[in-house]
Design a protein around this ligand. Sequence first.
Ligand code: TRP
Length: 368
Amino acid sequence: MSKSKATTQGVAPILPKHYNKAMMKRDEKGYLTYWNDQGKIRVFSGIQPTGEIHIGNYLGAISNWVTFLDDYECFFSIVDHHATTVAYEPGEMPARIFDAAVANIAAGLDPAKCTLFVQSEVPEHTELAWMFSTVTMFGDLGRMTQFKQKSREQEENVNVGLFTYPVLQAADILLYKASAVPVGEDQVQHIELAREIARNFNARYGEVFPECQAYVSEGKRILGLDGENKMSKSLGNTIGVLEPPESIWKKLAPAKTDERRKRKEDAGVPEDCNIYMSYHRHFSPPEDLEWARKGCTGAKIGCLECKKRLLENMEKVLGPIREKAENLRARPYEVNDVLSRGARKAKKIAAAVLAEAKAAMGLVRLKA
Ligand code: TRP
């Protein structure tokens, strides 16, 4: 791609004053990074409004996001435009968006510490996505694993949106000049492409966007109740974050453990037990893990007993989340208010960055 600096012939966009004090420079790894006017790096991540938030989402994503709240400027968006790339029922979407907001706030995304908003309420996302589509290579999009997989899964609906999905994702991130993107392993390829898009844009139009990086939470591979596949709503192997304990127990009790343990007298290996590896390890304190390990390898406790202890420990984490969600659900106007305030805050930055990008591309009026 040819290199040409943006000209200053057109009418300069009006940028908020604070914008000038922020800075862009390379971090210790050499990636172009953006610091806001308070010297903070911006974080962006997207939340699919899937309807149910399960403990795989909680352990793999939300509990990771929460660790950024104090030291970064955080943006979390419920990405409804992304969700429409698969067939869905329009009448159900408003509740899916609401439920995603409730579950994420309840699970720790404190609206006082981050900006939580709905993607389609900030139309700048789709506008920047168009601009980015002209610096995104067709071949790169065709190589995306998620696109290839989704195309196989929904042969009857391989729409263009599914193909350009990563371009909108890049726009989501870069519209806020976010440099840090906490995601699961499966999204790393998309974040790398977003970085490539930023580089292509900068090379062609001048330095506007940071080279965003994926922040993957360490090795939390949460398998579903089947003990074979990643926990996923479409596979029906999930435990919901907001599920009451009676309902969780109905799923937990029959769930597969180490096959060696046919009876209590048969010793087992915790490393071969999905209940231990995927759930106990993340919900139970060290002394209970020790208890489970000894009881299992020494054939002193039964699997049901072990699962009961797990259920108690899960309830210690999930109980308060469920309670918070119930409170929020009883006050839908408050949730709507959080989303309205979030959209307003997001829009302020989004509009400024979009104006900067348009000016760099020469999409401004000729000075009269
Ligand atoms: N594609 C992401 C997922 O399926 C969701 C997403 C949309 C996202 N836009 C984003 C994640 C921007 C990180 C940054 O999980």
